[in-house]
Structures are given as structure tokens and as C-alpha cells.
Design a protein around this ligand. Structure first.
Ligand code: MLT
Length: 245
């Protein structure tokens, strides 16, 4: 059973030091859209996803591997990077496009948060799309747990914090103990306040407003769905794959 007194939530990838994740189980959250796209890619049978820090790392890795089954994927400020095969819309990651391919994945905040968490003892990737699978996995966890929200350029993003709050709420059966960590309390309270209205709140988030001009509404509608799959993305040796795959 997860120990809720050691369950914490960090609000952005710049709100913690790497050492704070040592020996902990981490769930990295970027609802719009990196986490949701990673989950979708694994649902559609990508072989693996290599998260990278920046374009330099992406091109170094792409030059050092057999290019036939590799795709360069990602965005900068929401827009597909020039010369890349795919951007960051989950709709680009269809089975016909990515089955059995390894994806080098480079995004503005999500992959940077994953890279910053590499010192943790286990790293999962979560979004509303696989919420119950994440909750189920954390329930049997005995180590300390941290939900790392990717946020946007060091700031909090409400959709990430809502997901973290949903996880905290479900793990605590809707009754958080007064001894819970401050980050968990804030996420719980936010989720409790908005839980009847999640898609609407996600649609009015700062990043959704930004994305509507770039990708339209459909990515946001898609990422705001809960429990469409039981994919559990886990990072091992620098590659994300589905633990249950
Ligand atoms: C990110 O990593 O910042 C996001 O996934 C941006 C996006 O929506 O493409």
C-alpha cells in the first residue's frame, strides 16, 4: 500500500533538485501533450521512445543508430520541429506510422522533465489517458512517490496539477490525511474543486489556449479523456516502453 505521507507533488520541472528524486518512484506528467502522446505511441505499438533534452541530443542519437526504424519526433513551443518526421500531436502517432519504430522524442517541457528525473529509482509516464493504471501501480508501491508536473517553462500548468490531484485523490480514497505533504494537499484541493468539470478546465488552461491556435481543439479533447487505455510507460536505460506490453 502506498504510504500517503510520503506522496508529494512537484509543480514544474524547475521546482525541485535532481537529488530530491533519488530512491523515489516518479510519475512524470505532461497532459498537454507529451505524456498523452507517449501513451498513444505505445498504444499504437511503437517499439520504444527515447526522450531527449534538446535538438542537439536528438541529432546525436539519430546519427548513432540504424536510421531505418527511427523517427525524429517533437515540437518547440507546440510546433513540429523543422526536418522532424512527426510533431507532438497524438493524432500523428497512428499504428501505420509508428508500429515497431523507435521514436526520438524532443519536447519543450515534457521530455526535459523526464530527463531531469533520471536519477529516480523508477519513472513512469502518466496522463488522464492511463490514470487508473497509474493509480493501480502506485497503490502497491512501498517507496516514496513523487508526481512531477512538467508545467510550462518553469511555471505550473493547471492540467498537470489536476491530473496529479486526481491521482492523490484516488490513492487517498477522497480523504487526505492532515499529515500529507503540502504539494499533495494543493493538488488534491485543486482536483476536488474542479473534478465535476475537468474537460472544461483543461480547455481553458493557458497551454490549451496556446495550442488551439497551433493544433485546434481536437488534441485537447483527446488529452482530456480519462482511462482510454491501460498502457504503463516506464523508462529503462533511457528508453520508454510499455511495462505491460
Ligand atoms: C511540452 O513538452 O511542452 C508539450 O508537450 C508541448 C506541446 O503541447 O506540444
Amino acid at each position: 500500500m502506498a504510504n500517503l505521507n510520503t506522496l508529494d507533488v512537484f509543480f514544474s520541472s524547475q521546482s525541485f533538485h535532481e537529488e530530491e528524486l533519488r530512491k523515489k518512484v516518479v510519475v512524470v506528467v505532461d497532459v498537454l501533450r507529451a505524456s498523452s502522446t507517449i501513451i498513444t505511441a505505445l498504444m499504437n505499438h511503437a517499439k520504444g521512445i527515447i526522450p531527449v533534452e534538446d535538438m542537439g541530443e536528438a541529432s546525436r542519437i539519430s546519427q548513432s543508430v540504424d536510421s531505418e526504424n527511427i523517427l525524429l519526433c517533437g515540437e518547440k513551443d507546440g510546433v513540429k520541429i523543422e526536418g522532424y518526421d512527426l510533431g507532438n500531436s497524438p493524432f500523428e502517432y497512428s499504428e501505420s506510422m509508428i508500429e515497431n519504430k523507435t521514436l526520438i522524442f524532443n519536447t519543450t517541457n515534457g521530455t526535459k522533465a523526464i530527463k531531469k528525473a533520471v536519477g529516480a529509482s523508477q519513472i513512469y509516464i502518466g496522463s488522464f489517458l492511463n490514470l487508473s493504471t497509474i493509480v493501480h501501480t502506485l497503490k502497491s508501491e512501498e517507496k516514496d512517490i513523487v508526481l512531477v508536473c512538467a508545467g510550462w517553462r518553469g511555471r505550473m500548468a493547471i492540467e498537470d496539477l489536476l491530473f496529479a490531484g486526481n491521482v492523490v485523490y484516488n490513492l487517498s480514497d477522497g480523504a487526505l490525511s492532515p499529515e500529507a505533504r503540502d504539494g499533495a494537499k494543493v493538488a488534491f484541493g485543486l482536483y476536488d474543486n474542479f473534478r465535476g468539470n475537468l474537460p472544461k478546465v483543461i480547455h481553458s488552461s493557458n497551454h490549451a489556449v496556446r495550442l488551439k491556435n497551433i493544433a485546434g481543439e481536437k488534441d485537447i479533447d483527446y488529452c482530456a479523456q480519462t482511462d482510454i487505455c491501460d498502457i504503463l510507460p516506464v523508462l529503462n536505460d533511457g528508453i520508454i516502453s510499455n511495462l505491460y506490453g
